[in-house]
Design a protein around this ligand. Structure first.
Ligand SMILES: Cc1cc2nc3c(=O)[nH]c(=O)nc-3n(C[C@H](O)[C@H](O)[C@H](O)COP(=O)(O)OP(=O)(O)OC[C@H]3O[C@@H](n4cnc5c(N)ncnc54)[C@H](O)[C@@H]3O)c2cc1C
Length: 592
């Protein structure tokens, strides 16, 4: 029997008297459980309040501009009798749990049989044209593009917060925190210029809550974008139970989604090292490190790739004494050595230690700290740390989605092989993002997502990007795109090089930095840009020009004759092209 129930503002953490900035429902609206009712905005965050019930809105009790706190009435609703007894979720449930839950690689453990659960207690069948599994940058882009192209779309995500690793525990929180690190570094540097700001005091709780606010603003925005497009969002863990069916398990029920097409965008998780005490909270993955529970005195970072070095940059700026251990002979494998060198130099002088060609063979925990056992030419046999961050790569989540039940083939790394239309071996199932081959980057995932959606909608689309830029948001930043010099040499490509040292850039010197370099590689015959490597503050902002130039088939003349504003770091791109052309006046390059 239908019943009228009050819907109050749930527990919204420490917030009180928060502004209502949007009312998303009106009397008479039929809504599903978890559909957003209103949007609240505090100084720190924007959050949507989900409906605790499915039913029909009778009366809306708040308006835009009102201020509300926990317990204030939002609306009254008519709900079916059984629904009315349900517990109300708090707004805190919008925050995703730690992404971690990684397990030793190779265990292949699966979530408990969703197939069996589907057979036993199926709450409902749900039909859709396009099912998207995973709401990271790949999944939400795919879902939104498919909806914009007229498809009925269901997006399945295990966490209440949309946005995947990137928005919740990856790109965005790391950059928010790295900005704080950059300001701290710059403030410290000011003493050389006659400005003393004193020792910084870091309140980790406030730092975390600021970072969470940035994340919240973006993830709640995504919910609205999904709602506006009519994308059905189901929260729960999805697992294929057949080539056209996915069982979604949530706390209390299993829903089976029958689909015409599926896009698998389930991402990847941090790899754990066998034998390491990963249960010890002092042994962190990147998700835990981004919580900044404390600023450890001595931090060991295992892995000198992009994620490891970004975390090393952050914690060093916050005041930790950092040691980095990297297995290969250089940091940031993938980028050219000369481009990484300024970062390596800064690490060597600013960190406690940087050990290359070195392995952490074991890690022992005791009450006072952690002992790392090291094997490498310059490393001691053991070293003591207060915390350890393990950043040694990410494993695709394909072992947890019932791939075999859908008929999906995996390669030996657990990736789903796809063609340039992102189509798997099963014709109506597509896969994108970190779960397929290629760099594990958000912008790659979102481009692939759009391709998959467009192909499903019948457009002639394919992944045609010539290049995918990579950026390490370290200090200094390292960015590269297209062919590296190492690859050019390996492949015997006849290339020419134009480099511009930032020691000659007025803009770079004006903020006290001179170690940057912009390097462009050109095809000697056609003069076209093949690749670029840039190191220096804000290199990540500069690399897009090189990516565009490569996509447009620009040559050195095009880039050199493009008038860049002065004084900017972007000039270094134009000047590197001029250096290749031999027309540069800001450097003296003797004629060969
Ligand atoms: C610390 C860190 C910093 C990073 N910084 C950057 C950066 O600056 N720039 C950049 O480009 N990239 C960065 N990345 C990488 C970037 O986050 C990933 O490449 C990107 O998130 C991949 O997107 P995706 O859509 O493939 O998968 P994900 O973002 O991993 O999303 C997958 C989603 O699927 C969900 N899911 C998985 N299995 C299931 C299931 N069975 N049922 C329901 N839901 C499921 C997950 O909960 C998740 O939300 C960073 C990563 C980390 C860890």
């Amino acid at each position: 029997m239908a019943k009228t129930v009050d819907v109050p503002v749930p527990d919204i953490g420490d917030f009180e008297d928060v502004d209502v900035i949007e009312v998303l429902v009106s009397p008479g609206d039929a809504i599903n459980k978890d559909d957003s009712l209103i949007t609240l905005e505090s100084e720190k965050a924007t959050m949507e309040v989900p409906s605790p019930h499915a039913g029909t809105i009778k009366e809306v009790k708040v308006g835009v501009g009102d201020r509300v706190s926990e317990g204030d009435l939002i609306a009254t609703m008519e709900v079916a009798g059984a629904e009315a007894g349900e517990e109300q979720p708090g707004a805190g449930a919008q925050t995703p749990e730690a992404e971690g839950e990684a397990q030793p690689s190779g265990t292949g453990a699966e979530a408990p049989g969703a197939q069996a659960a589907a057979a036993e207690s199926t709450a409902g069948e749900h039909g859709t044209e396009v099912l998207v599994l995973g709401a990271g940058p790949g999944g939400y882009s795919a879902a939104f593009r498919a909806a914009d192209l007229g498809k009925r779309v269901t997006l399945v995500e295990r966490y209440p917060s949309l946005g995947g690793v990137c928005l919740n525990v990856g790109c965005i929180p790391s950059k928010a925190l790295l900005h704080v690190g950059q300001v701290l570094e710059e403030a410290a540097q000011m003493k050389d210029w006659g400005v003393r700001l004193g020792e910084p005091e870091i309140d980790t709780d406030q730092l975390r809550s600021w970072k969470d606010g940035v994340v919240n603003q973006l993830t709640s925005g995504l919910r609205q974008l999904a709602k506006r497009r009519g994308v059905d969002v189901i929260q729960g863990t999805g697992r294929f139970v057949g080539p056209h069916r996915l069982a979604v398990e949530s706390d209390d029920e299993t829903t089976v989604v029958a689909f015409e097409h599926a896009i698998v965008a389930a991402g990847a998780r941090a790899i754990q090292l066998p034998g390491f005490p990963h249960d010890d909270p002092r042994v962190m993955d990147s998700t835990a490190a981004l919580e900044v529970e404390e600023i450890p005195g001595r931090l060991l970072v295992v892995g000198g790739g992009i994620i490891g070095m970004e975390m090393a940059t952050l914690y060093q700026a916050l005041g930790s004494r950092v040691t980095v251990v990297e297995l290969s002979d250089a940091l940031i494998p993938g980028a050219d050595r000369d481009i990484v060198k300024p970062l390596q130099k800064r690490a060597q002088s600013g960190y406690d230690a940087l050990y290359l060609n070195t392995q952490v063979t074991a890690l022992d925990a005791d009450e006072q700290g952690l002992t790392a056992h090291l094997e490498g030419p310059k490393a001691p046999e053991t070293a003591r740390f207060d915390r350890v961050l393990v950043a040694v790569g990410r494993h695709p989540n394909s072992d947890r989605i019932g791939a075999a039940e859908a008929g999906l083939e995996l390669d030996d790394q657990g990736l789903i092989p796809v063609d340039e239309q992102m189509r798997s071996n099963v014709g109506h199932i597509f896969a994108i993002g970190d779960i397929v081959a290629g760099p594990q980057l958000a912008h790659k995932a979102s481009h692939e997502g759009k391709v998959a959606a467009e192909v499903i909608a019948g457009l002639r689309s394919g992944f045609e990007g010539r290049v995918i830029p990579s950026v390490a948001y370290t200090d200094p930043e390292v960015a590269w795109v297209g062919l590296t010099e190492g690859q050019a040499k390996e492949q015997g490509i006849d290339y020419g090089k134009g480099s511009f040292p930032w020691a000659a850039s007025g803009r770079s010197l004006s903020f006290g930095r001179n170690e940057g370099v912009t390097k462009l590689l050109f095809d000697r015959e056609s003069g076209r840009l093949l690749g670029a490597g840039i190191v220096g503050p804000y290199a990540g902002e500069l690399i897009a020009e090189a990516a565009l130039a490569i996509e447009m088939g620009a040559d050195a003349r095009d880039i050199g004759l493009t008038i860049h504003p002065h004084p900017t770091l972007s000039e270094t791109v134009g000047m590197a092209a001029e250096a290749f052309e031999g027309t540069i006046t800001d450097l003296y390059i003797p004629k060969r």
